[in-house]
Design a protein around this ligand. Sequence first.
Ligand SMILES: Nc1ncnc2c1ncn2[C@@H]1O[C@H](COP(=O)(O)OP(=O)(O)O)[C@@H](O)[C@H]1O
Ligand SMILES: [Mg+2]
Length: 392
Amino acid sequence: MNSINERSVQPPSWLENLMFLERHANDGSPNRLSFVNGPSAGYSPRFGLPDFEVPLVTTPAAELEVYGDNRSNMASMCRTMNSIPIHPDSIGYYFADGREFSVRARVRAVPSASGRTLLVADDYVNSLWLKLSYPGVLGRFGSGLDRRKVQHSLAVCNILTAESIPHLAERSGLVMLGGAMPQLGCIFRDVAPSCVQGEIDSMVPLFSLLSRYADEKVDLWGFANIDRQDPKDTTAWLLDNLIFPLLESYWNVCVRTGLMPEMHAQNILLARQLGKVLIVYRDCQGFVGDPEYLRSTPMVQTISESRVFEERSRRYDDFMSQYVLMPLILRSALLGTVSVDQLLDSIRAATADLAPRNYFGPRQEWYEMPLEQPMYGRRIEYVRRTCKPPLR
Ligand SMILES: Nc1ncnc2c1ncn2[C@@H]1O[C@H](COP(=O)(O)OP(=O)(O)O)[C@@H](O)[C@H]1O
Ligand SMILES: [Mg+2]
């Protein structure tokens, strides 16, 4: 695996398609920051090289902490070499003070839309996504991976697995201590979804269905097999195949696992299996524990009781509504044959039905994440909206 230039095998066709969409069928987040704060040009998913080398670095003082079930080739290579993969953009950050480091090996990788999560492209049979520390700002935040985030992600993955929620499993991770900054970690993420019975036919990121640049085969209409001129009931198709499955999955996860997902179009994948659509989560780090519903809490970062209504609202009224449901509605409205009012009414009725009573607390207000980057280590103050929440 060490600096192999010839790839051992071709990726399965659904993975090849997914990788194309990650890079070419993404208009970015509605917060408009995805292409403002991203990796440097050569490593950008949108503008960068087809693939690039990721160094495995170590320092004389480094100690590698290994978490989870590390049986992959990549993990054992890191363990043997006492080294950790590091994003090429981050080397200057971690070693700016001239500290000594060595590169023990390199792997070739292809970026996903997130910019810091990369597919190891040397060996597709044993392939993995590497989620890397990226202390520079990506989108809204700096994205260091410290021990707490690695442990949280693995604990979330265990809960999703135990509750049979389809997701890309994060079973193991590394943190390098002593040698560099305290936030130098890495998570290994599976490529095929867990908690899905049998083979999938395809899997696409939700953002690709919203993209204006995707071609007919990959955008919403191609995915739905909807011909733009076709007068058949596209409202019913959207509700039955995308909107209700998203809502059912969201409320099921919130109530059954006690974890609140981070619903935005980069964290949600849609798998197809024999014509059926399955909601697949990625990015275990984005989930947070709800103190009322989470049964066992060790390692899972959990919201304090005093902020729980705020966080529940932010997760549903901001992320789920503004980053997933509204963009889907606006995108489908372009078709001209969809009843927007029916979509809105159906979403509000489904949420009234699926959300537990008093889930959002006594007040009719809602909370949004501010666009500015928070000061490092500071609590994020949400923006409070006093109008009626748009989708409940
Ligand atoms: N369409 C999109 N919607 C939301 N975020 C996006 C989108 N496209 C790219 N991103 C970027 O994805 C990043 C979030 O992913 P991150 O949590 O870093 O990795 P991963 O999801 O692989 O664990 C953000 O920096 C954000 O800017
Ligand atoms: Mg993400």
